[in-house]
Structure formats: structure tokens, C-alpha cells
Design a protein around this ligand. Sequence first.
Ligand code: ZN
Length: 455
Amino acid sequence: MSQGTQLEVEVQHVDVGANRLLGLDGVAVAHVALEEDRARVVHLATAQEAAAACPKCGVLSTSVKGHAVTRPRDLPYGEDPVHLLWRKRRWRCREAACPRGSFTESLPSIPARSRLTTRLRAACGAGVAEDFKDVQAAARYHGVSWPVAHAAFIDHVSPALAAPLPPVCVLGIDETRRGKIKWAQDVNTGRWQVVADRWLTGIVDAAGTGGLLGHVNGRASAEVIAWLEAQPAPWREGISHVTIDLSASYLTAVTEALPDAVVVADRYHLVQLANQTLTEVRQRATRDVRGRRGRKKDPEWAKRRRLLTGFENLSEESFMKMWNKLVDAGDPGQEILYAYTVKERLRELLALSGTNPDRSVISHRLWLFYDQAAHSRSPEIHRLAATIESWWPAVEAAIITGYSNARSEGYNRLAKHQGRNAFGFRNTANQQRRIRCSCTRQHRRATAKKTELPG
Ligand SMILES: [Zn+2]
């Protein structure tokens, strides 16, 4: 029997309507059987001549050796399960030079040795990337195993993640902790020590929509330099500003690898540092005066949260209550209030960021901060002023440009969310891929749209 007539015999009972419903390329629906549990069994026949091509030499075979039945899993359709049953032929390869003895049919829509259709695998991979909270949820929905769903996800997301980075003007560098700190007790001394404190450095597009551009294991300057230097020179030259927290290692990395970029100190970290300084003043002053830690009945302890709240976020009543309580308390309240004023002066200075401020306004507010700090008797406050002084060019750049690491904080939140959904990651490569995938959604959607546009 010639190959053409063979195909005709197998496809003669084809149900055209069912075929259209199934919409699976290369196979035709011979008939649909209904099982007792309401599952539908779709019997398929091959409807593409190319399926008879030898995978080794590509020559179409005409010699049938036998038949094989496969049950590829497919996308769900309707309420009841659909089981595909494809009766495919096994062919002999008659090419003299071909080492392949025989082969079974395969199609682009149902590849050889695959237990799923290509479209199910693609939906599963895209589902992990876009819709489901984790790999397990996608695997369960599509009725596949975790490794299958995970491999599908990697195939789905790898091309986008491996694509060249979008041009970036403002780069953000920020650290996130990877996992929890691990402690262990020393058997000899009985003291507890940190045995593992792992960090990831996230590199983000701080002003554009490029999302999370990459991850670096650790937070040392050498590792960040290596990442930056691995990027193409034109991309690096496009970077005009880099926002970092007050970390010396990131500063070293930027001056080394991006010498022409302006370093911007992240203003949120500056406020955080001022709050931390105020807390240190409060704790030390309490110990100095009372000879112990703060207690509930101490006014400075009772108002400790209010001290850290921004002035503009306190009602007048609330502010006056705090102020009067601490003034009436004498020491240590007055020293703490002085430190509070220094913190607020710094916040007033930083509040100018992004408002296109006049240089004279900046220098006036800076002077107010330094003046207040200089008259303080707390060593912690002097240290804060010294830090601002040594980082001043970067702080000034933050005030003038308004750039910050706000976006990378947002990505850190997404990264933590991914970690919680996955109940932690054991594999760093998987963790970084999942996080980068969730922090580049906007960018991937935008590029997908661009490639879909005609012309
Ligand atoms: Zn062959």
C-alpha cells in the first residue's frame, strides 16, 4: 500500500467538527468515546505526511512496521477530563546509509517521547511565569509533575532573560538577604556564632521599566565589578547615575567599573540611618542616666515610636504630648529631643529631592542640619554628621536628581514574596531565575508587544 492511500484510510472517518474543537495540528479526531466517569477519550489519527519522516535522515518512509499508542496529556477542555489517545505508526527507515532502523511518528505539536503536547508544556511554563504562585501550583493545575512544570518554565523564560539588557540611564544597586541567618553554638566556648549569612546583590533599572537586570551572589565589590564588566561597553556607557545605599563596597564597585557615572546615595537609607542614630542616642542616654535599659514607665521609652515618626505625620496634639513629656523628664529626654531635631533637619534637607530645588535652599538646610548637629553633645549625632559630610556629593546628587532606590526596594518585596510562596529556595540559580522573572514582568510584556506589532 502506498503511503498516500495509507493516510487516507486512517483519516477517512475524521470528524471535522471535533477536529476544529481540538485544534491540534497534525492529528485528526477519528472519534470521541465517553467513559463512565464522564471522561472523554479522543482517538486520534495522524494527519500529516511529514510525521513519516525519519528523524535521523529526514527521508519519508513508506514501510510500516507496526503501531504504537501514546496518551499525550493536553490542555483541559470543558469540565470533564479529556484523554488523548494517538494511534501512531512505527516506520522502518529504508535508507541504506541511515543508521536508524525504525521510528515512531512524531509531530511538532506532539514531539517524540513527550508525554505532553507542546501547547500544554508552553501553557504550563507561561503559567509558572505569569499566573500561578509557584511551580507546584501550575504543575497541579495542569496535571504534570514538578520537574516537568519547572523545565517548561525554564524554557519559557530563558530567551527573555538571556536577551540583551535594555538601555539603562539610572542603575540601582541594593542588597537582599538570602534566607535566614544560621547560628551555631561553639562546642568548646558555648557561644553562639553566625555560620551563614548569605546575601544577594540586585541590580535594577532604577528609573526605567527594565526591572531587575541581574543578581550577584554576595555583596562584595569584586563580585559587583565582575557583573558590571561582563556587560557590553555601550550599555555601561549609557549609565549616567547609580543609586546605592551607604555601602563602601558598592561605592568602590561603581568608581571602578562605571567611572563616569554619578553616585547617588539612596535617601531612604539616609533617613533610616538617622532613625537608627536617634535610637542609639535614646538607648545610650537611658543607660547613662538610669543605669539600665528603658522601661515602660520611662517617657522616652513610651514615646520611642513617636520619635521615629516623621514630624509631618504627627498630629499637633500628638507631637506636643511627646515633646512636653520628654522636656518635663529632664535628662535623658532633652538629649533625645535634641537628636530628634537633628534627624528632622536631615529629613527636611532630603525632602527637597525631586523638587528641583535652588542651590541656596539646599545649602541653607544643610547648614541648619550641621549647626544643629554641632551643638549636640551626643557622639552618635556627630558620627551621623560626619557620614553625611563624607557622602555629601552623593547625597547632593540625590537631592538634585530625585533618584532613589525605591524601585529596588519594591523588587525586594517581590523577591521575598516569591521566596515565601516557594517556602524558600534551596537552589540559588532557581531562586534568581524566579525572582528575575517576577521582577521583569513589565519589561517582558512591553517587549512582547513590540515584537507583535506588524512591520
Ligand atoms: Zn533514516
